[in-house]
Design a protein around this ligand. Structure first.
Ligand SMILES: [Zn+2]
Length: 212
């Protein structure tokens, strides 16, 4: 699942994983969790890039995802949000999928205009302790500003400040737009209007990929 920051990738992915038997993996959440762990070598390597609002380098993103995916059951159904996000990542990743005998079903492109994206991001929150994601409109914590899972404090996401958001939008245009065209050229891109309600987009993804 790909789209600019604020397109609603994480929300749509979570809605689908609640209804269907598959495992959602969010690149942003994985990387932020690694960065919050002082013992994570990946977190240390990723931090300078993330702090600037840049993508982490391709080799780093690939090694992180292989370390997550390799131990999973061969029968696991996985929905990735925000990975692969460049053409070099996709080439290595799809080669691996084929070699391992897995199947790749396609790429969902959640397209959204900048105004809608910026409005959405204003409502994003995260638990400072366990990194559980929240959204004040779509998934508010049960008690205001308190994490449902661990009781930690729920705060705005550190990487949602305007400067880093505009840099992530530029990176998306430079590096992920060409990848979306790459998927379209291979007849593997399913485009949705990210400004629609996440529930509606979840329905469309389920129908398109015939999820069960
Ligand atoms: Zn928490």
């Amino acid at each position: 699942m790909l789209g600019p920051p604020g397109a609603g990738k994480g929300t749509v992915n979570r809605l689908l994983s609640e209804r269907f038997d598959y495992f959602p993996i969010s690149t942003g959440e994985v990387i932020r969790r690694e960065m919050a762990d002082p013992d994570s070598p990946f977190g240390k390597l990723a931090r300078p890039h993330m702090d600037r609002g840049d993508y982490v380098p391709d080799d780093l993103a690939l090694s992180l995802f292989f370390s997550i995916l390799k131990p999973m059951s061969v029968n696991a159904k996985v929905a990735l949000d925000g990975f692969p996000r460049t053409i070099p990542q996709a080439e290595v990743f799809l080669d691996w999928i084929q070699r391992e005998g897995h199947a790749f079903h396609g790429c969902v492109f959640l397209d959204v205009d900048v105004d809608t994206a910026v409005k959405r991001m204003r409502h994003r929150r995260v638990c400072r302790d366990c990194r559980a994601p929240y959204h004040l409109l779509h998934r508010p914590p049960k008690k205001a500003e308190i994490c449902d899972l661990c009781g930690g404090q729920v705060i705005p996401r550190e990487d949602d400040d305007p400067e880093r958001v505009s840099r992530r939008l530029r990176r998306f245009q430079e590096q992920t737009n060409p990848l979306l065209q790459w998927f379209a050229d291979r007849d593997k891109q399913f485009r949705l209007n990210g400004a629609l309600e996440p529930e509606e987009n979840a329905d469309r993804v389920a129908e398109h990929f015939q999820l069960t």
